[in-house]
Design a protein around this ligand. Structure first.
Ligand SMILES: NC(=O)C1=CN([C@@H]2O[C@H](COP(=O)(O)OP(=O)(O)OC[C@H]3O[C@@H](n4cnc5c(N)ncnc54)[C@H](O)[C@@H]3O)[C@@H](O)[C@H]2O)C=CC1
Ligand SMILES: O=CCc1c[nH]c2ccccc12
Length: 297
């Protein structure tokens, strides 16, 4: 599996299987034991069998119990997995939020814990960004999370954290695709050794199929003999950006993953610089954000 190295020296699989969109259950995690959606458990088990090792979850996806059941499988070795989760609803008390997530997920630690979004304050949630970050640093000290990071953070939010932090954010997970390139933010993250992780990477195909990239993707798909989805995921990865994607279709899961596995015997599929640039240039003529639309970016 291809990996990136974080600013704390740890390694992170370059592709994550997202459990937040397709498998979203609603913000309440406290389902009765007889109210579990086993389709989610089966989808996660399939993803793990297929070879995904990195799961992307959050307290607000309402499905940690189902994911925890998939992790309970005796064939699943925790140390082979990379589990990311996020908090926001319970940001006032990160230690408690983490403990509850760990219990539901059937695990004793997280590999990566992210503040899901910067859209909270002392007034709205009873805690400032700075104090929340200091509490996350305490969780690293306690060994219950290996790395900490953020999600949906703008430059101004990152600057607030960088000013007070003892431990730098390792990751900023943002909506990132050809129609939302946020160049200044990505550059800022790179300059500060914060790995960008892209959610919604397939948006130009499945959420905005009528955008200007249609013809370019069709052309490149023919040129490289791969599906347009693979072109878009590779475009993200080749920029040194982690891919967070999802699918409930086992065949699609397998195909996508095959492009992120190390295979020394096979020539790696790569986009030429010209084709990378064409996607960036044509993509930049259109702007589309799908998530957190009511917030000010
Ligand atoms: N931090 C945050 O605020 C957010 C994080 N995320 C995370 O990122 C993950 C991935 O996000 P997505 O936007 O779903 O990623 P995506 O861009 O990879 O997928 C978009 C949609 O296309 C669908 N799809 C994929 N292949 C398809 C095909 N061949 N035919 C038809 N449909 C197909 C998928 O099922 C998915 O619903 C989420 O599950 C979640 O874990 C997502 C949104 C916000
Ligand atoms: O993580 C982002 C996408 C998402 C899906 N469901 C919810 C609920 C609350 C916040 C974000 C999300």
């Amino acid at each position: 599996m291809k990996k990136f190295t974080l600013n704390n020296g740890t390694q992170i699989p370059a592709i994550a299987f997202g459990i937040g969109t397709k498998f979203f259950r609603g913000q309440d995690q406290n389902h009765a034991p007889d109210d579990l959606d086993f389709k989610i458990t089966e989808a996660v088990k399939t993803a793990l069998k297929t070879g995904y090792t990195h799961l992307d979850n959050a307290e607000v996806y309402g499905n940690e119990l189902e994911v925890g059941l998939a992790l309970h499988d005796p064939n699943v070795k925790r140390s082979d997995l990379y589990i990311t989760s996020k908090l926001l609803k319970n940001i006032k008390d990160p230690k408690n939020a983490l403990n509850e997530s760990l219990q539901r997920l059937n695990t004793s630690y997280l590999d990566l814990y992210l503040i899901h979004a910067p859209f909270f304050s002392e007034e709205s949630h009873g805690i400032s960004l700075e104090d929340a970050w200091k509490q996350l640093e305490g969780l690293v000290d306690a060994g219950v999370v290996k790395s900490i990071g953020v999600s949906n953070f703008r430059i101004r939010d990152l600057e607030r954290i960088l000013k007070i932090c003892r431990i730098k954010p390792t990751v900023n997970q943002i909506e990132y695709h050809a129609y939302l390139q946020s160049r200044e933010l990505v550059q800022f993250c790179k300059e500060n050794q914060i790995l960008v992780a892209a959610y919604g990477p397939l948006t130009p195909i499945f959420r905005k199929p009528d955008g200007p990239l249609g013809a370019v993707l069709e052309k490149l798909s023919k040129k490289y003999s791969v599906k347009p989805e693979i072109i878009l995921l590779r475009w993200v990865y080749q920029q040194g950006i982690l891919v967070v994607t999802t699918s409930s279709n086992p065949e699609r899961q397998k195909e996508v993953l095959s492009y992120f596995q190390e295979n020394k015997d096979k020539q790696e599929f790569a986009l030429s610089t010209e084709d990378m640039d064409e996607i960036s240039t044509v993509g930049a003529t259109h702007n589309y954000r799908h998530f957190w639309k009511n917030e000010e970016f």
